[in-house]
Design a protein around this ligand. Structure first.
Ligand code: MG
Length: 213
């Protein structure tokens, strides 16, 4: 049975932070096509603040908790609380566990997805990060229910996230600043859907790298 140890795996969260940092200009550029162009800057600020608080020898769930708390408490706008809740819920499901397997991670993703969706107030098709998280979770769940190994489930998650992100290109924004553009929001990726895809893919890669078989 494949699993990822909770202990000493703060590095996975550190890799997510690094990826947001590396993509901050790109994320702001995408946001600027339909919005105010601050998405990458805001995300980078919050994630770097959390980075200072996360110790190398923290567990995976402890690092997720610190990241979630920092985003909720210290980052303004809508994204801080939304992503903060996502990471906090992930952490809460995993925190008492020594080993994280596909079934447990499916449960953690489900709780995190529900928390995020409640707060975002968006449904699939609204051109938000929900359009990334829902297909990513569904792909993972489908693979998990088909008794695929944890690595394969994470690969499925990555594909679902990518397809979900790409699907926002043809959508008309229903919420937020971009919705003011109406039909003209078509042809652009949603910035939140894009950052969500980066987060999920880097998290999946990080877990695949630390998989115990
Ligand atoms: Mg913005």
């Amino acid at each position: 049975m494949e699993y990822v140890l909770n202990e000493d795996n703060a590095c996975i969260v550190k890799e997510i932070i690094q990826a947001i940092h590396n993509n901050s200009v790109y994320l702001s550029e995408i946001d600027g096509e339909t919005g105010d162009g601050d998405h990458g800057v805001n995300m980078n600020k919050g994630f770097l603040m959390a980075d200072v608080r996360i110790k190398e020898d923290d567990s995976f769930s402890e690092a997720l908790k610190k990241l979630g708390k920092t985003l909720v408490m210290d980052i303004g706008g809508s994204m801080g609380p939304i992503y903060g809740t996502f990471f906090s819920k992930l952490s809460r499901t995993l925190r008492t566990e020594e080993k994280i397997d596909a079934k447990l991670f499916e449960e953690a993703l489900k709780n995190a997805e529900e928390g995020l969706m409640n707060l975002a107030g968006a449904k699939p098709g609204d051109k938000t990060l929900v359009d990334t998280i829902v297909p990513a979770y569904e792909s993972f769940k489908e693979a998990q229910e088909a008794s695929k190994g944890f690595k394969e489930c994470l690969e499925a998650l990555k594909i679902g996230a990518e397809q979900g992100k790409e699907s926002t290109r043809d959508m008309v924004a229903k919420l937020g600043r971009a919705s003011r553009l109406g039909e003209r929001s078509k042809g652009h990726l949603d910035a939140g859907a894009t950052s969500c895809c980066i987060i999920l893919q880097i998290m999946a890669d990080g877990m695949i790298k630390r998989m115990v078989e």
